[in-house]
Design a protein around this ligand. Sequence first.
Ligand SMILES: [Zn+2]
Length: 336
Amino acid sequence: MAFSELTGQIDAKTRLGNSLLGEPGHAFLFVGPSGIGKKTLAREFAKGLLCSHPTKDGGCGTCPNCIYMREHTHPDYRELLLPDGEKNIKVADVRSRILSDVGILSQIAERKVYLIDADGLAEEGQNALLKTLEEPPKHVVFLLTVSDDSKLLPTVLSRTVSIRMVPNTDEEVYSVLRKKDPDILEEEAKLYSRFSRGIIGYAMSLMETTWLVDAWEEVMDLVLTLSEKTRADLLTDTYTFFEEEKEHFPDLLALLDMIFDEMAILIVAPQSPCLHGEGKKDKMMSVIKKNKLRVSQIERCSKVISTAAKAFRANGNFEILVCQMLLALKKEYMNG
Ligand SMILES: [Zn+2]
């Protein structure tokens, strides 16, 4: 594995590659949402830092350092991650695993590298690390990962070089998913990619259950049959579905929004390929024709959905906000 085998993140990889060829600093901070691949990229960079013959693309892959890294046995590399079920990394662990080790010289490589999950460092843990970050021994490089850098002390931030990770494109996520599971249905891979908002790790976790695909079928069915549903249908069966999936409500709204977006595209450009596959596309087209749907109606539906999302975030009464949303969607649908 090298930088070029990781999808996307061109800016980050270029900066890291350049620093491998120059004189790398002593502390890097990988910033980006959970699941975007901070640790994967940081581990690749660590391999390059320890490698005997690094290139712009990271470690050479064949020297003893690279082989030890691949086998997770490099004596000059350590990770301090948040243990499962814990809220914070213990300060005692920062001291015993990192601070008492930094002064010891490296065994094989020219450097020692420490990867630390800074999301697990409360203020006390950050403070414990601070003095070493300020005056690191020459042979030491720290790689910190964090999803929200506003939670770090300004003094920690000022001692690190930030490497910002950006969301991948839908196409990039799609290609990673297809590589991971070549048998996955195209429309499902597209759904996961689009729904993941460019976060590869999130897309991978979505693939582990059928929840998204099942919910997508339900929500799609709702949109396709909305004009035929009576007020009573909406307030009983449809409401019950939302109530049973209450914990996933924001995701259901995102699915609804995604399907309405797709409808708007089909109204303007009926020839464009549909995310949801040809079978669904035919059904969506016939609903558009039958109800003479226009883009302005779909836009009003999107507003109804965002109003419901806001009410949900503000802890509004769930039954009221869902029923209002369903009735408003029906109304916008019928009032061309
Ligand atoms: Zn190497």
